[in-house]
Design a protein around this ligand. Structure first.
Ligand code: AMP
Ligand code: MN
Ligand code: MN
Ligand code: MN
Length: 277
């Protein structure tokens, strides 16, 4: 099964419209696709209609921003949710509500280190202030010629501990999982290898995730080091979590891996799609 259960469109910080994401996934041989924009469901109807026209299976998804522990941002992928569920929709409105003010605070910090106009610059890329993200700010900084790519912008300015980073309160783990379950979906920890947690802290995260009823883990992610797969597979087995896979595709040239180009999951794991209809 060529499944890609994590990717982005222009609805959040991706570069392609939802319909283009679906067409590209289909052209790349994807058989089961989930669109998972950050904190927003708006692209799902367009994507689902195009997937249907192409005869490709499609799952409604979203990537929920969560704050966990001592200022760690964790992403939780929701799969198979009902996009009309009121509690989920209202929860996501609340999560998005902080983005605009956060971007202003980030831009004020960047201004102090000589990067001017980052708020307006990021908004040009984001379109919608409620969805402005560090990815948009990174595109502006690259456009200014101050860095060669987004990764280097994060390394210098936007990652935790760097001058443009400001802490932010997203949803709690309990909230995100309860919204997802309330909407009939499955909750998956996104790219667990990317949080720079110690092994002990990652186990603590998964222990709490399980205690809240969390269902799965991305064993394979286009945005974590490919060598992490053995560790993540072991964690899936230990914690009894379903295994998920996704490219985390944001756009041509911006992602490590294209849609539908992930390797197969370790065969003994239970794939998350066994729980999706
Ligand atoms: P935000 O939700 O505003 O905190 O932005 C997070 C987004 O920034 C992620 O979803 C990625 O698209 C992007 N991002 C995070 N870290 C990096 C990185 N090291 N290099 C490139 N993009 C990144
Ligand atoms: Mn992103
Ligand atoms: Mn993410
Ligand atoms: Mn993502």
């Amino acid at each position: 099964m060529n499944a890609d259960l994590h990717c982005h469109s222009t609805v959040s910080d991706g570069l392609l419209a939802p319909i283009e994401v679906v067409r590209r996934a289909h052209a790349n041989g994807v058989e089961l696709l989930a669109l998972t924009d950050h904190d927003e469901l708006k692209g799902l109807a367009e994507a689902k209609a195009e997937a249907k026209a192409l005869g490709m299976r499609f799952v409604d998804g979203v990537e929920v921003s969560v704050s966990w522990g001592d200022d760690t941002t964790v992403h939780v992928i929701a799969l198979g949710i009902d996009p009309a569920n009121v509690q989920l929709v209202e929860g996501l409105v609340r999560v998005r509500a902080g983005r605009d003010a956060r971007a202003l605070r980030m831009a004020a910090e960047l201004d102090k280190v000589g990067i001017h106009g980052a708020y307006e610059g990021a908004l040009r890329f984001a379109g919608n202030p409620a969805l402005v993200s560090r990815a948009h700010m990174a595109r502006f900084i690259v456009e200014q010629g101050l860095a060669r790519d987004a990764k280097s912008v994060f390394d210098h300015w936007l990652a935790k501990g760097k001058p443009g980073y400001v802490s932010h309160a997203w949803a709690t783990l309990e909230e995100a999982i309860s919204w997802i379950h309330g909407a009939g979906g499955v909750a998956v920890v996104a790219h667990p290898g990317r949080y720079r947690l110690t092994k002990a802290a990652l186990r603590k995260l998964l222990t709490e995730f399980k205690a809240c009823g969390g269902d799965g883990i991305e064993v394979l992610s286009g945005s974590q080091w490919a060598g992490d797969v053995d560790e993540m597979a072991t964690l899936a087995r230990t914690f009894g979590l379903l295994a998920s896979t996704g490219s985390d595709f944001h756009g041509p040239g911006e992602s490590w891996i294209d849609l539908g180009r992930m390797p197969a999951l370790p065969p003994d794991l239970v794939p998350v799609w066994t729980r999706l209809h």
